[in-house]
Design a protein around this ligand. Structure first.
Ligand code: PLP
Length: 425
């Protein structure tokens, strides 16, 4: 007791410039492999750590800080909203929530929106909706199955970690949620076979396919156009709901507002989170009227769609539109891919290929060398460039969508210095 009081008292005088990692680790549960810096402040695409070192931020809080850091429009919106009203619960009507839902419906192929607070929660809502739809509208389905892709990522709750087609995230948490099966990504024959193999009459069959239009965490792997066209057709023919997890690729990151616009088809259900409120926690599950099977009492969230988060999202979306940021995403994305491809070509003993849409891009390391993405990310961090790994072999570039041409050049220049100075091989 005496000790904890001492710590509490000293907290008030804690000097952030003398950040103590050991002390942090004493009380924060160690669920993350953190890089050894502590971030103190940010502006635009720049961050500063507690020692005053400056970084070019090509992580953006993991594809989340859409407008970068300390953007005036976001500051204004959240400041005004918190002075007025920040939370009341969904016992009452929330005007900002209505406004945000209307914006999303008017700017997508969807008709209805449910709000929550994260990507995993949005996917949980989608999984529940698919099951509810199956139990309500499909004849006698007792065991509805949702197909997901291998190397996918859908979140860390029990249902979404089961949906995630990667054993490393599931190990140690069994028994997993029943009702999921996995197929390789971009492989239509595998989907056809799975639907046939899993069909045990009406009792047990595939009723949903949950998939990312571009796999993010799984290695920045864009969806194949022809595959998704056929997937849509298979879903239509078999009364299967197509769910797009757009938690990472939605909200302009792909160069279009939504990931599905890159594939020429529409999903039935779509989830969004990361970039939606530019770094203020929010999640959303959108669906078409034809599958809006929830009734009052079926699903809920205390914080979901509160005035504060909705005001932030509205400011992000308004700024995206008014400042023509999607065009910047397309141009800067193209610039980055051209420069990264040149690097991949110049150092073929290290890299294989560059993949991506808009401002979500991956540079893949050769599989036949020992070098991992984490090693390169650490070396780049030393030189003042923040990158994120996407699996063991892919470097992920997801800067704020407002990144400038000069900043793209700077990032690539730093990356090349890192390659030369570390003599990776
Ligand atoms: C990040 C992510 C999630 C999980 O989002 P959380 O907010 O961390 O729960 C789900 N799906 C995809 C595609 C993601 O990138």
């Amino acid at each position: 007791m005496i000790q904890s009081t001492a710590i509490n008292n000293s907290l008030t005088t804690l000097n952030i410039t003398e950040f103590d990692r050991d002390r942090f680790d004493q009380s924060v549960m160690q669920t993350y492999g953190r890089f050894p810096i502590a971030i103190d402040k940010g502006e635009g695409c720049r961050l500063w750590d507690t020692e005053g070192k400056e970084y070019l931020d090509f992580v953006a809080g993991i594809a989340t800080c859409t407008l970068g850091h300390a953007h005036p429009a976001l500051i204004k919106a959240v400041t005004e909203q918190i002075k007025k009203l920040h939370h009341v619960s969904n016992l009452y009507y929330i005007p900002e929530q209505g406004q945000l839902a209307e914006w999303l419906v008017n700017h997508s192929c969807m008709d209805k929106v449910f709000f929550c607070n994260s990507g995993a929660e949005a996917n949980e809502a989608a999984i529940k909706l698919v099951r509810k739809y199956a139990h309500t509208y499909l004849d006698k389905v007792e065991n509805p199955i949702i197909l997901t892709a291998k190397a996918s990522f859908h979140g860390r709750t029990l249902a979404t970690v089961t949906a995630t087609g990667q054993e490393k995230y599931q190990k140690g948490f069994g028994p997993l949620m029943p009702g999921f099966a996995y197929v390789p990504y971009n492989d239509i024959t595998a989907v056809e076979n799975a639907i046939t193999d899993l069909d045990e009459g009406t009792l047990s069959r595939v009723v949903g396919i949950m998939i990312e239009p571009l796999q993010g965490e799984g290695g920045v792997r864009p969806g194949d156009l022809e595959y998704f066209l056929k997937l849509r057709k298979i879903c239509d023919e078999n009364s299967i709901l197509l769910v797009f997890d757009e938690v990472q690729v939605g909200i302009g990151r792909s160069g279009k507002l939504w990931g599905y616009e890159n594939l020429g088809i529409e999903p039935d259900i779509l989830t969004s989170a990361k970039g939606l409120a530019g770094g203020i926690p929010i999640g959303a599950m959108l669906c078409k009227q034809s599958c809006a099977a929830f009734e009052p009492g079926n699903h809920a969230s205390t914080f979901g769609g509160n005035p504060f988060a909705c005001a932030a999202a509205l400011a992000v979306l308004q700024t995206l539109t008014e400042e023509n940021i999607l065009q910047n995403v397309q141009q800067r994305g193209e610039q980055l891919r051209v420069r990264l491809r040149a690097i991949a070509k110049k150092y073929p003993h290290l890299f294989t290929e560059v993949r991506g849409w808009g401002l979500i891009n991956g540079l893949e390391l050769r599989s036949d060398i020992d070098l991992t993405s984490i090693q390169v990310v650490k070396a780049a961090m030393d030189k003042g460039l923040l990158l994120a790994p996407a699996g063991a072999k892919v470097l992920r570039f997801v800067p704020p969508l407002v990144v400038s041409a000069v900043e793209i050049e700077q990032a690539v220049t730093i990356l090349e210095q890192v390659i030369i100075q570390n003599q990776f091989n």
